[in-house]
Design a protein around this ligand. Structure first.
Ligand code: TXA
Ligand code: MG
Length: 317
């Protein structure tokens, strides 16, 4: 299949492709998503095939407004509603108890469903015109680094999907925070730019953020987001002490003395800017001939939890 690149003036074509049951990569503020009409199960199946994604790995349903949540979920708590009203459209995915009519292919066999309103005008327009929710995981082959520009989508899905709607560079750069609101205590299943503290401040209740999850929950696999090159994390001190660097890429944000053989990628010290550049930097390095990637361990403070989570899973242990 020839993967078409559509621009902002071709939204109707993206909508028509979705109507015919094909999958299209769409921009969101976090990363590109691989979308299918969530009410068309054969179309949803195509997502799993294109990504080579295991069937027990649930998908997020993207809707254009909070009032669509009731089409997919039930027992919507007051706190879940508060979160949605405050953070949507935005990089927060909320887990609700699923409605009977929500297909278990979408939920990976679970009795809960993940929903989010993405903050990207093109994709919101696509969802509105389609008039249905869209199921969309990140638009990359299973376990690989998420895409933040169309070129990254082509890297693993070229020829496997009908089209990519080009919405430019994703402004957040890492995937949404996932919060499970099916029990009294909110639980963060995947950290993101909306932090546990922000949720606690809004709701006035304690939020749990377990460091380890059962494998099946929220796709919390120990290996994920991996670039093609092997990635290792080291402190600035460990990097300084390396004797033979060889042909490596060093991704750093603090002061590191450079040697001639390595290639250096300076990252922003500001967390939001770092997040925006992280995947793009890893994709860029994948195109070079370095043998491995060494990433300086980011700060361990709570606002860097999301970056630490992604890098840990992207690294070769
Ligand atoms: O920012 C994002 O969330 C992007 C954009 C495209 O919206 N999407 C994304 O989707 O990262 P994906 O499929 O790559 O990651 C979604 C995660 C998976 O780890 C999945 O296991 C989890 O959400 N998930 C989906 N439904 C769930 C549910 N009912 N219970 C627990 N986890 C769920
Ligand atoms: Mg993903």
């Amino acid at each position: 299949m020839n993967t078409k690149i559509l621009n902002a003036s071709q939204i109707d074509e993206a909508v028509n492709i979705l109507r015919t049951g094909e999958v299209v990569a769409l921009p969101t503020e976090t990363v590109y998503g691989l979308a299918a009409d969530a009410t068309n199960i054969e179309a949803v199946q195509k997502i799993f095939i294109a990504k080579n994604r295991p069937a027990d790995h649930p998908l997020i349903v993207h809707v254009d407004a909070f009032d669509k949540v009731k089409d997919w979920a039930e027992h919507i708590s007051e706190n879940a509603k508060k979160l949605a009203e405050f953070f949507w459209p935005g990089p927060l995915t909320i887990i609700f108890p699923k409605k009977n009519t929500t297909n278990k292919l979408i939920t990976g066999g679970l009795n809960t469903v993940a929903l989010r309103v993405p903050d990207h005008s093109l994709t919101l327009e696509v969802i509105k015109k389609l008039g249905k929710g869209i199921a969309a995981p990140s638009a990359n082959a299973h376990k690989k680094t998420s895409p933040t520009i169309p070129e990254h989508v082509l890297k693993t899905l070229n020829g496997k999907i009908a089209a990519i709607l080009d919405g430019g560079r994703c402004c957040v750069g890492i995937e949404s925070t996932i919060v499970d609101m099916t029990c009294e205590t909110p639980v963060i299943l995947r950290p993101g730019v909306i932090t546990a503290l922000m949720i606690e401040n809004l709701l006035g209740v304690k939020v749990e953020q377990p460091s380890e999850h059962q494998e099946k929950v929220a796709g919390n696999m120990k290996v994920h987001y991996q670039p093609d090159k092997q990635l290792f994390m080291m402190s600035a001190e460990e990097i300084r002490q390396l004797q033979k660097l060889g042909n490596v890429a060093i991704v750093y944000y603090s002061h590191i003395a450079k040697t001639e053989c390595a290639t250096y990628y300076k990252m922003p010290v500001n967390k939001a800017e770092y997040a925006k550049m992280l995947y793009e930097t890893l994709h860029l390095i994948d195109k070079t001939n370095v043998e491995k990637i060494i990433v300086e361990k980011p700060p361990v403070s709570s606002d860097w939890t999301d970056i630490n989570d992604r890098l840990l899973k992207a690294s070769s242990k």
